[in-house]
Design a protein around this ligand. Sequence first.
Ligand code: ADP
Ligand code: MN
Length: 516
Amino acid sequence: MDSVGVAAAAPDAGPGPAWQSKCPWGAPNTTSISCSLADVMSEQLAKELQLEEENAAFPEVVASAEGPFITGENIDTSSDLMLAQMLQMEFDREYDAQLRREEKKINGDSKVSISFENYRKVHPYDSDSSEDEVDWQDTRHDPYRADKPTTTPRRGFIGKGKDITTKHDEVVCGRKNTARMENFAPEFQVGDGIGMDLKLSNQVFNALKQHAYSEERRSARLHEKKEHSTAEKAVDPKTRLLLYKMVNSGMLETITGCISTGKESVVFHAYGGKSATEDKVIPPECAIKVFKTTLNEFKNRDKYIKDDYRFKDRFSKLNPRKIIRMWAEKEMHNLTRMQNAGIPCPQVVILKKHVLVMSFIGQDQVPAPKLKDVTLGSEDMKKAYYQILNMMQQLYKECNLVHADLSEYNMLWHDGKVWLIDVSQSVEPTHPHGLEFLFRDCRNVSQFFQKGGVAEALNERELFNAVSGLNITADNEVDFQAEIEALEKMNEDHVQNHGKKLSTFSSDGDPPIYDE
Ligand code: ADP
Ligand code: MN
């Protein structure tokens, strides 16, 4: 038993020595309340004691909860504190009114006005006591916006005679400028102008705008640099362990370095080693695609996988980390399909979690250039075009896939031909947005080759029909897109009603063919 317990329990303990009551480390003053065990256990008593304590500690809180600062009939005048605060409020209001009068007098009709705003006692939002609890962005009144979007009519002024206000009016202009600060990048600190009627002159606004834009560009550059400098460290410890194991097992000879750091993946080059099993040959050079486990980049890719029925059942049950593994898995499956159809693409070596090892397109550690980075002669350009047309058709018909990110960025030029890469986001044509993705791919390809001077290049609509075998006749982009969306919707409705997808689209009213 500790000494406090003893002091409280022993009736003959008597008052402690003098130091005990003064010294902060001494035993507490034991003004013992005599009570029975039943009392001690009583909840009622506990509540009463608690209330007493609270009242003693926070008298003003209890008082103010009953409606402070409100001048009216039913005010509680029992608290001195509250009375004092009310008087102070009243005083402040009068002071502010006086200030306003003085301000008006000084400024008069002068063009340059002096504001006494900062000397006011009652800040505009003091009068609204709920302000603290409400996020100002949620309120209907956005303090950054000019009070009324005072649109100046075409003639350039409003009002009559002496009260004319032109669009160049200082106040109107100033408020508009303040409101326009919203358009700056979110990271750009525009300061705390909440509740104030800020008016920015054109000169100040333009200077700010300039600064905001240059800051935005600067931070983008910095970010880019950072991405590259951390390339080697771009993988987390778990990934490093995975890579280490691959080298340790002899499957990979060495990992030489990083080829690319993208938003969603980091790609490394490695020399291949020996396979543990006889039947598998490891390519002499490999590319290791590590899907980034920093999850934020993948959020906006949900739409590709969520609606892909191949992953539908699994998607909802997975945590974000597993979803990233699924991207890697998807890339592997899609590459395998393409490989089987004979489309030039990396060959899958192995998939471990979010790390996909495939054959390297390039030589001696130098990756094949992207189509956007090579300058091809007109013959090669034409050849590349027809090859891509062919590949897109094969992809659609034989692999039942739409690339969904096809462009000169994801095609490599190697060994005198085009290689397709980056297929983690590829979907089947009956994906709810599959045809839209295909149309986008077609647009990219058409534009690239038309700009590249290939006279034979089909336009995006012709290319779409050539790849899909559909016969959409609309002769303009808007109608064409509308028809695509109608087809997608038809398919979705069909799935809703029959629980099955049409294995192919048919635009000419043929009875649909089912996948079994
Ligand atoms: P991301 O989703 O980051 O665009 P990619 O699959 O397109 O991922 O790979 C990024 C880059 O890495 C490519 O542009 C290409 O330069 C290089 N790369 C990817 N895979 C290979 C490969 N198998 N062989 C050679 N280079 C590759
Ligand atoms: Mn890519």
